[in-house]
Design a protein around this ligand. Structure first.
Ligand SMILES: Cc1cc2nc3c(=O)[nH]c(=O)nc-3n(C[C@H](O)[C@H](O)[C@H](O)COP(=O)(O)OP(=O)(O)OC[C@H]3O[C@@H](n4cnc5c(N)ncnc54)[C@H](O)[C@@H]3O)c2cc1C
Length: 428
């Protein structure tokens, strides 16, 4: 890296970073993105499903140009017990309408978004880790990477979950292990015929499937499966603070998940293409750091912008919108020639008026609900008992349906279930 100067430096070439760089480069601003991985998308990870709405605002024809895997037309949610599962499925070829969601593989997708920003004039420097920030008179004025220093009017921190840089300048506190989860993912290649037979994957139709229960053996977390063009992204997410005390490691959870009777036939004969691990911020709105400082803004996972509602996980659409809004705030500050915290705070106002902070606030109780261990232990067993009672005909006892399922509900505790229901309603 040379002793150079840019108008803006973005740390991290993920979706938040590249959305910011794209917006700034389009406005003619000299922007450099510093990415520690050898290429964009090589160090970060996702489960696999991008809600396309915020990218569509940025790049209206992205659906024609981006390397998308499949359009999600099938939603599934399963509660798993050791030997069974109960699944809810919703299938519609118009799911999402003109705001559809797609499976993506980050290695390809992030490089594409970076190339779009580069085509507009953004500079990408890959393979360099930013170690620290240049701070002068309390204002962030650039970055330090090893022996190198690079100055700028303003720095956007889009360096992902557990941003050490945001911590160093006091915008974020130390990471709380109960507010982050660890994700383990495998990408497994299947043939075109296997994709069709196992997931009904015709044309570009795709499936998003989330799981809770048995695989995490009572730990807070769950599994996911997304269908790509000719592979599936399959993984486990578990809260770090919980896993620390669990007798089962996340690797064992993933193996147990893969061996479950619901999953094993779906991946049988598949070839492992990729294996990765990554953290996910899961603390919600109340765990977010300060978003703005003098000469600095924080966007995406670095700012804890992830929503895990059990039936859906979102972070990528929030990261794109936040990167875009961070760039807009920089453009506003440039016009005023003032990069103070006060002026850059237009970023926070824009996020408050957008779905990013509206949704983060709306679902601020979701992390509390996700910490309800009964969802991962008692619910799957209760549902299995209800299903078994409903669908078993033994020719011995003739009982009404209510009488058949009552023991399962009583075992789970009627008062506790009522409390769970109230918690679910207030969280979602
Ligand atoms: C297991 C798992 C499943 C998920 N499932 C989904 C899903 O299905 N849908 C969804 O929308 N979201 C999902 N998410 C969340 C989503 O992946 C993130 O919210 C999203 O990637 C955030 O983008 P970002 O640009 O903020 O951060 P990242 O994509 O993490 O990018 C940060 C970048 O900064 C770089 N970097 C970090 N530190 C430095 C440094 N010091 N110097 C230089 N570069 C640095 C990293 O290498 C990385 O490229 C999932 C996450 C995980 C882990």
């Amino acid at each position: 890296m040379s002793e150079d100067r840019f108008d803006v430096i973005v740390v991290g070439g993920g979706l938040a970073g590249s959305a910011a760089a794209y917006t700034l480069a389009k406005a003619g601003v000299e922007v450099a993105v510093i990415e520690r991985g050898p290429s964009c998308g090589s160090k970060n990870m996702t489960g696999g499903r991008l809600y396309g709405h915020s990218l569509k605002k940025l790049i209206p024809d992205f659906e024609q140009r981006a390397p998308l895997e499949r359009r999600i037309t099938k939603e599934r949610v399963s509660l798993m017990s050791a030997g069974g599962s109960t699944t809810v499925e919703f299938d519609s070829n118009t799911l999402g309408g003109d705001k559809a969601s797609y499976t993506v593989v980050r290695g390809k997708f992030d490089q594409w978004l970076a190339s779009e920003a580069e085509a507009l004039g953004a500079t990408y420097v890959c393979g360099i880790r930013v170690d620290d920030l240049i701070v002068r008179n309390g204002k962030v004025r650039g970055i330090i990477a090893g022996e190198d220093k690079l100055e700028a009017d303003v720095v956007i921190l889009a360096d992902g979950v557990n941003s050490l840089l945001a911590q160093k300048i006091g915008l974020a506190g130390p990471t709380d292990s109960n507010k982050v989860a660890v994700g383990l993912k495998e990408v497994i290649k299947l043939s075109e015929q296997q994709m069709k037979d196992r997931f009904g994957a015709v044309d570009d139709n795709g499936t998003a499937w989330l799981f809770a229960g048995d695989p995490t053996l009572g730990s807070i977390g769950g599994g996911f499966l997304y269908t790509n063009k000719d592979s599936v992204s399959l993984g486990i997410v578990a809260t770090v603070g919980d896993v620390e005390y669990s007798e089962t490691s996340v690797v064992e959870m993933l193996n147990r998940f893969k061996e479950h009777r619901l999953i094993a036939p779906l991946i049988e004969g598949g070839e492992l293409l990729e294996y990765s691990a990554h953290l996910v911020p899961e603390g919600g709105y109340d765990a977010m750091p300060e978003l703005v400082g003098d000469g600095v803004l924080v966007a995406g996972d670095a700012a804890g912008m992830v929503l895990n509602l059990g039936y859906m996980v979102r972070g990528m659409d929030l990261a794109i919108e936040a990167g875009h809004q961070a760039a807009n705030a920089v453009l506003y500050a440039r016009r005023r020639g003032d990069y103070s915290r006060k002026t850059l705070s237009s970023y926070k106002t824009a996020l408050e008026n957008s779905f990013v902070l509206e949704d983060m606030k709306l679902y601020r109780k979701a992390p509390e609900f996700m910490e309800n261990r009964r969802v991962f232990t008692r619910f799957p067993i209760m549902l299995e008992e209800i299903m078994r009672a409903m669908f078993t005909v033994d020719g011995e006892s003739s009982e009404s349906l209510v009488k058949k399922i009552l023991p399962a509900v009583s075992d789970a505790g009627i008062t506790a279930l009522a409390k769970d229901a109230v918690q679910i309603i207030s969280a979602l």
